[in-house]
Write a protein that binds this ligand. Structure first.
Ligand code: TMP
Length: 402
């Protein structure tokens, strides 16, 4: 296929088979669910990794089950990110902010006292409605050129546009960049936070592959996408959140903007380590992790202590569970703290989602930790609730117990 960033030919390097859209939770179990391919492509020109087949964004996001969870790990990350933005002078008391994919508005709420104005844009109508009800002004729409022009007319240019973990969620990255270019003030900045492809590949996190994640950005591919749209990558922040994320800072000033030392440093690192050998290792390790996890689970099922729940009704978890092709009933329940997910069923595996109190009253022998990005926080919570016995199976970077 041709790369959706730069148009060059891509190479296929991993095929995870067919999977249902990972966040489309079911109100009742469905045997014959629609499944779509999860095939990964690599562009040797701009060094981007992307899905071969992209589903329609309207279908994926208009009614959405993902609500940002209440989490100490996330609170800590918000402080770390905001501190970075303040220290490097991207954000101050006079900054006007638009957040794209703002979900229920948790991050906007966090930075509100530190900036001049906030506005969210999120296509999930149910989620945007909730944000508005909580006092976070949110436009229920996709951030595109029309919406950018509309904001421009009503509010004027914006100093800072933030897109956290949503930029890879659309098949056309140029659309959001064009809209950002339109809306940013002359010396404004665009902040894009995403899973970093180098971490995803190095940690074997193949569960990050699902239909919403249409791109797995490298620094080089982001640089290319930005420059095509008249924006310039000037700074980078690396964070441990969600298994290893990267924050790209782009300036609207093409000519004078100077690159930071961190951009030079991380770009050099990427030039050394992001290569085809890493991609093929990742593909091999994916199959090995599948075999290892299946063996662990088979041994548990054949033992006396054979009750397994998964922890976290995550999109990642659905990729993982569907890819493992477990028999019905092997995982009895999936535990999740998000109210709108509870009593729904995971697509493909039809596992029922229960709340954390259920797990507290009916602890299993094992939890397959499908929200491994909150590992320390979740294990601490379970232990403090009095469950000292349930053993956690952590799938990555290779399956182990905790
Ligand atoms: P995410 O990795 O896509 O952010 O999803 C994390 C999921 O894990 C989300 O549905 C909420 C759930 N979760 C819990 O059930 N308990 C917790 O303590 C935390 C932090 C998350």
């Amino acid at each position: 296929m041709s790369c959706r960033i730069c148009g060059s030919n891509t190479k296929t390097f991993l095929d995870l088979g067919n999977s249902p859209p990972a966040n489309s939770l079911l109100s009742k179990p469905i045997r014959e669910i629609n499944k779509f391919p999860l095939v990964l492509e690599y562009c040797t020109n701009c060094k981007s990794v992307q899905l071969r087949d992209c589903l329609d964004a309207e279908d994926l996001y208009k009614h959405y089950f993902y609500e940002t969870p209440k989490s100490l790990t996330l609170d800590q990350h918000y402080r770390y990110l905001t501190n970075f933005l303040e220290t490097r002078n991207y954000l101050n008391k006079n900054t006007t902010v638009v957040e794209v994919g703002s979900n229920v508005g948790d991050y906007l709420k966090f930075i509100q006292p530190k900036v001049s104005s906030i506005l969210g844009v999120d296509p999930a109508e149910n989620i945007a409605h909730k944000a508005n009800k909580e006092g976070i002004p949110t436009i229920p729409d996709f951030f595109n050129l029309d919406v950018a022009k509309d904001i421009l007319k009503k509010r004027g240019n914006v100093d800072l546009i933030i897109a956290r973990h949503c930029f890879a969620h659309n098949s056309n990255p140029h659309e959001l960049l064009k809209a950002s270019k339109e809306l940013l003030s002359k010396d404004g900045h665009l902040v894009i936070e995403n899973a970093y492809v180098l971490n995803t590949l190095e940690n074997n996190e193949f569960d990050q592959i699902y239909h919403e994640h249409m791109f797995y950005f490298s620094i080089q591919s982001m640089q290319k996408a930005l420059s095509i749209n008249g924006l310039k990558l000037i700074d980078i922040m690396i964070s441990l959140i969600h298994g290893g994320s990267i924050v790209f800072i782009a300036s609207n000033i093409q000519k004078v903007a100077k690159k930071s030392d961190s951009l030079e440093k991380y770009l050099n690192h990427e030039l050394t380590f992001l290569n085809e050998e890493l991609l093929y290792n990742f593909a091999r390790n994916t199959l090995k992790i599948k075999d290892d996890l299946k063996k662990i689970i088979r041994d548990i099922i054949n033992s006396e202590k054979n009750v397994i729940y998964s922890y976290g009704a995550t999109a990642k978890g659905n990729t993982l569970i569907n890819f493992l092709e477990l028999e019905d009933g092997v995982i009895s329940y999936c535990v999740d703290s998000t109210k709108i997910k509870q009593n729904q069923f995971l697509p493909g595996s039809n596992i029922r989602i229960v709340d954390e109190n259920f797990a507290k009253s009916n602890p299993p022998n094992y939890f397959l930790l499908t929200a491994w990005n909150y590992k320390d926080e979740i294990i601490k919570k379970v232990r403090e609730a009095g469950d000292l016995d349930s053993i956690f199976i952590v799938p990555f970077p290779s399956p182990h117990f905790a």
